[in-house]
Design a protein around this ligand. Structure first.
Ligand SMILES: Cc1cc2nc3c(=O)[nH]c(=O)nc-3n(C[C@H](O)[C@H](O)[C@H](O)COP(=O)(O)OP(=O)(O)OC[C@H]3O[C@@H](n4cnc5c(N)ncnc54)[C@H](O)[C@@H]3O)c2cc1C
Length: 396
């Protein structure tokens, strides 16, 4: 397939040469000629002031009509799947139902078929199992190759994966090889009712705006999502799905993994906590964390904070919540002296109940809070502590 040139319209101005992101166009005898590097991306077509360039009809529709189903990469952790896999299956099921397509999971590893059956209970219609001794441990080159081959053979419409360390190294390679778009770290996924395109929302421009991105011209539409953005669905009973084993041909060699060492993580894991108290600049200084700790102790809560607090050195970066920190999904989140910047909100949006304490009634945190207390946290928190103790029959 080649770029189409209308020689009668072309003036040989060379704007297509300048604009081509792949450096694939040169002028020969005053007319543009595209070489093998041309991806038919259409940038030159849009730039040409004379309308002399066009894409071949097939390139415009490349695989789009044939692409079907919503796929989820089922990353494993020990004998189970990572939590984000279940969250993506819940969202994927919703998207697949809206489109009238199937939910498909891809499991890669060795002796993993027994685990794949578990996915059927989460609404998976087809689970592809790619089982090979060389795939026992994660290896991004090998995993990427089997995913690329499977996607090329089946043409999924949408492909979702967790924005985990593995997902972040694996999925961009797959997207690049398939020459399709990838939206990383999405915080929202919906189907556009008019175009049926996947609307992929994520923070952009340093988190100052939420951008909604579509992948209109290539398939699959690929997105990664951080853990705890979407709720984990309940298992379904009686859902029927099938396991399809995929034969592996030659696997690429190159990187040899000699051993794995489990990282030692000290301190509480905020992402697993039921109750989290978030502290912001409103606590004034690290000496006031003692007050927050008293409340945390009563509620069996973990303490996290905003980037402002972390930058000030009041809390370690391990406890930063938000776009450049953790995404949490506790049952209860209490925001103390936090303004509610969008970069913070993206980290707490799947908390079940949000309580905000802020002395500024206009603080944006109140827009996302289920319960808001307008007041000075140095008065509100001691009063809360007293009230909890009184209700529990404890003396101060
Ligand atoms: C690229 C980028 C990434 C970022 N990533 C993150 C991130 O991951 N996480 C994050 O949190 N931020 C992040 N930020 C920073 C974010 O934009 C905000 O600056 C930050 O969240 C503000 O923190 P804060 O709410 O503690 O402070 P402030 O915005 O200063 O808010 C303090 C609040 O405390 C209230 N207050 C003051 N005194 C009291 C009192 N006595 N009682 C009650 N309320 C009181 C004030 O009314 C105010 O609303 C990022 C920014 C950028 C540009």
């Amino acid at each position: 397939m080649e770029l189409i040139l209308d020689k009668n319209k072309c003036t040989g101005c060379g704007q297509c040469v300048e604009v081509c992101p792949f450096g694939a166009i040169e002028l020969k005898d005053g007319l543009p000629v595209a070489n093998d590097e041309c991806r038919l991306c259409g940038v030159c077509v849009r730039k040409c002031p004379e309308g002399a360039l066009a894409l071949p009809e097939k390139a415009k529709k490349r695989d789009i009509q044939d692409a079907r189903d919503v796929w989820v990469y089922a990353e494993q952790k020990g004998n189970d799947f990572t939590g984000v896999v279940y969250e993506l299956l819940g969202k994927g099921r919703e998207l697949a139902q809206t489109l009238g397509q199937r939910l498909v999971a891809v499991v890669i590893g060795h002796e993993v078929e027994k685990h794949a059956h578990k996915l059927i209970n989460y609404g998976v219609d087809v689970a592809y199992v790619i089982d090979h001794p060389e795939l026992k441990d994660f290896n991004e080159k090998k995993y990427a190759q089997v995913l690329i081959d499977l996607i090329k053979a089946n043409q999924p419409n949408i492909f979702l994966a967790g924005a985990t360390p593995r997902g972040r190294s694996l999925i961009p390679q797959v997207a690049a090889a398939l020459e399709t778009g990838l939206t990383a770290d999405c915080t929202g996924l919906e189907i556009d009712p008019d175009t049926s395109l996947l609307l992929q929302t994520r923070p952009a421009y340093g988190g100052n705006i939420m951008a909604t991105i579509t992948c209109a011209h290539t398939r699959p539409q690929m997105a990664t999502v951080r853990p705890h953005i979407f709720p984990r669905p309940e298992a379904l009973s009686g859902h029927e799905g099938k396991i399809v084993k995929v034969e592996v041909e030659a696997l690429p060699q190159g990187i040899e993994v000699l051993s794995f060492v489990q990282a030692e993580i000290e301190g509480p894991d905020l992402t697993e906590a039921d109750v989290v108290i978030g502290v912001g600049r409103g606590i004034k200084g690290p000496e006031n964390l003692k007050l927050i700790e008293k409340l945390a102790c009563l509620l069996n809560a973990q303490i996290g904070g905003t980037r402002a607090v972390v930058d000030a050195g009041w809390l370690s970066h391990r406890y930063q919540i938000g776009q450049t920190g953790l995404t949490i999904s506790p049952k209860l989140y209490i925001a103390c002296g936090i303004s509610g910047a969008v970069q913070h909100i993206v980290g707490i949006q799947s908390a079940k109940t949000i309580v905000a304490i802020n002395k500024d009634p206009e603080a944006p945190i109140f827009e996302v809070a289920d319960y808001g207390i307008v007041g000075d946290l140095f008065e509100v928190i001691p009063a809360l502590i007293e009230e909890i103790k009184t209700r529990r029959g404890e003396s101060s």
